[in-house]
Design a protein around this ligand. Structure first.
Ligand code: SAM
Length: 282
């Protein structure tokens, strides 16, 4: 039986609303279920939350009432049933992630992207993760590749505390986690003579204004992973335009760039897809 039908069966006759407005799906992270409730159902949050709690026997049920917000990319999530404790332990690709789903963003849709990075790394690489979050990419790379060292920068102190905890939880020892603004941290690293063979720019909306810092620290023949949104059906023209913009910035730092691979990550709203540009820096 579908999620919607299960809910309908539980709540039919108990609340007087259009049952077709019930969510069709849900996301489960650790032992918490997150749904996206239609605003016409907000008066029945409690009943719906309790029904889901009963069906799945989870710790809490939460509702995502808005998009991801601000520089720290914070989610807008509220508890509608169950425990107030929204810290989850999530296992993915063999990596343990512990974080608070109300305070820190974690995109389940980026699962394959996280796994893909660890396979791209060449032995002995120095990697720099400009937007580390709770260690989404860095932990996998540390655990599953033969990288020499990973510098991972995260500005949000709340995410950073979970990141440090996750480093310990996964027993990795080649990540240097740094709390701060990646622009300042990269300037500091470069002044100490540190360079990277691969730079990850895992951030949306597209982190265009951060590109100069990626080029300040990257080595010749290194790879840059840049994220952007492309309109379905117009991918070629748009990606050409983005590469032209990146090429202009690269030139200021004495580099040329080549689009090595364009990776479709996930749908990002109507007719939009989230892409990663794998860029060879020459
Ligand atoms: N890279 C992971 C991914 O793509 O799944 C996690 C990315 S998370 C969406 C983006 C993170 O970048 C947030 O945790 C945010 O706090 C951090 N951030 C934003 N601006 C930053 C900056 N100037 N320096 C370092 N981190 C920054």
């Amino acid at each position: 039986m579908s999620f919607k039908d299960l809910l309908k069966e539980k709540l039919d006759g108990k609340i007087n609303i259009d049952l077709d407005k019930f969510p069709t799906g849900f996301q489960r992270i650790g032992d918490i279920i997150i749904i996206n409730l239609d605003s016409s159902l907000y008066n029945y949050k409690k009943e719906i939350g309790d029904a889901i709690l009963e069906i799945f026997k989870v710790k809490s049920v939460c509702n995502k009432f808005g998009g991801i917000k601000g520089e720290f990319r914070e989610p807008q999530i509220e508890i509608i049933a169950g425990s107030d404790d929204t810290i989850v332990n999530h296992l993915e690709n063999g990596i343990k992630y512990r974080f608070d789903i109300r305070k820190v963003m974690f995109a389940k849709g980026n699962l394959n992207e996280r796994a893909r990075y660890s396979k791209l790394i060449r032995d002995g690489e120095i990697v720099l993760d400009m937007f580390a979050g709770i260690g989404d990419f860095s932990l996998l790379i540390a655990k599953l590749s033969k990288s020499k060292k990973i510098y991972s920068i995260e500005i949000n102190p709340v995410s950073f505390v979970f990141f440090e905890e996750n480093i310990k939880l996964n027993n990795v020892n080649n990540i240097e986690a740094i709390n701060g603004d990646n622009r300042k941290i990269i300037d500091d690293l470069v002044s100490k003579g540190i360079k990277a063979d691969r730079v990850l720019m895992g951030y949306l909306p597209p982190p265009k204004e951060f590109l100069p810092w990626a080029f300040k620290i990257i080595n010749k023949n290194g790879f840059l992973h840049y994220e952007d949104i492309l309109i379905v059906g117009n991918e070629k023209a748009e990606s050409d335009k983005i590469m032209k913009m990146i090429s202009g910035i690269a030139k200021d730092y004495g580099f040329e760039v080549e689009l090595f691979h364009l990776q479709d990550v996930k749908s990002y709203g109507p007719k939009k897809h989230h892409y990663v540009f794998d860029i060879l820096v020459k």
